[in-house]
Design a binder for this molecule. Structure first.
Ligand SMILES: Nc1ncnc2c1ncn2[C@@H]1O[C@H](COP(=O)(O)OP(=O)(O)O)[C@@H](O)[C@H]1O
Ligand SMILES: Cc1ncsc1CCOP(=O)(O)O
Ligand SMILES: [Mg+2]
Length: 286
């Protein structure tokens, strides 16, 4: 990117710092339908960054919270029969209200219910898709956003079988399809709106040794989506996670103490420290 381009790195860092400050000043509510395995971590991460959390299962309650929140989070990690109704209801309510919502299609490809729900979500335009590389490739294929992609898109349970770079083309195509941002997580995260791609380095390998880092990153992305545009919000969430992961690793003896130190670091890092996390930006060649 050139110095006078619309989105250079300094401008992006400023936007990230402002998003961090705005969240801490306004405590936006980012309600969620999310899985029971990692629900506690999602809520605590949302609170630690300065947001407000509320989780529901039922369709009527999901619509009520879509109206009440600044952005909504849908995580498909472990579906129950009620999610057949509640997830599309929440997404449709957000679309009709012009409310940003974030999708984590955890475990896409397992069984038939996830596919049926995702078919309904295709018309509801998530502001941010946040997922690991295999999930991004599989969603791009499911939503007809990518005909030729690298990688397998085969999710091994809920973990990725693909590298972040293998999902780069699918992520850009998916972002253009949703007119939003797509955040691919891994050793380095890749965030794209289909025009630019931002790489977020840092973090720790211990983040892959505790369940819920991806789910809670999605919940935090929804908090940021309440105060910032989708690309800025997704970068702010990934940069906040990477900076906190780097800080927590220095204090941790293993996965359990790492999770505790990580939530403390989410809370304690300054906006300047988060915005200073290693980032690079490049134009997407389509
Ligand atoms: N090896 C790693 N090094 C640094 N950060 C990592 C690593 N693995 C995962 N992360 C971070 O952990 C978080 C969750 O990513 P990931 O494990 O890919 O998600 P998921 O749990 O959905 O598969 C992201 O913030 C990502 O950057
Ligand atoms: C283990 C597991 N099983 C179904 S959902 C889930 C949590 C996945 O969380 P994350 O993708 O954040 O590690
Ligand atoms: Mg995940």
């Amino acid at each position: 990117m050139t110095a006078d381009s619309a989105l250079d790195l300094d401008a992006l860092r400023s936007r990230v710092a402002r998003a961090v400050d705005d969240v801490r000043a306004s405590a936006p509510l980012a309600p969620a339908i999310t899985n029971a395995i990692t629900m506690d971590f999602v809520a605590n991460a949302q609170l630690a960054v300065g947001g407000s959390a509320a989780m529901v299962y039922l369709p009527e309650e999901a619509v009520a919270l879509a109206q009440a929140g600044g952005a909504f989070y849908v995580n498909m990690g472990a579906l129950l029969p009620t999610h057949r109704e509640s997830i599309p209801a929440a997404a449709r309510a957000c679309r009709d209200l012009g409310r940003p919502w974030v999708l984590d299609p955890v475990g896409i490809g397992i069984g038939g219910l996830r596919g049926a729900v995702l078919d309904e979500l295709a018309a509801c335009g998530p502001a941010i898709v946040r997922a690991n590389a295999s999930e991004v490739i599989a969603l791009a294929q499911a939503w007809g956003a990518a005909d030729a992609v690298a990688g397998t898109g085969r999710v091994r349970g809920v973990d990725s079988a693909d590298a972040v770079d293998d999902a780069a083309r699918a992520a850009a195509a998916l972002a253009r399809r949703t007119d939003g941002a797509v955040a691919v997580s891994g050793e380095d995260d890749l965030v794209t709106d289909g025009r630019v791609a931002v790489r977020v380095a840092g973090g720790s390998p211990l983040m892959a040794r505790v369940t819920g880092f991806g789910c809670s990153l999605g919940g935090v992305a929804a908090v940021y989506a309440a105060v910032a545009d989708p690309l800025t919000a997704a970068v702010a969430a990934s940069a906040h996670y990477a900076a906190a992961g780097t800080a927590a690793e220095a204090r941790a003896a293993g996965p359990a103490s790492f999770k505790v130190a990580f939530i403390d670091a989410l809370f304690n890092l300054t906006a300047a420290e988060i915005a200073a996390n290693p980032l690079t930006i490049e134009e997407v060649r389509s």
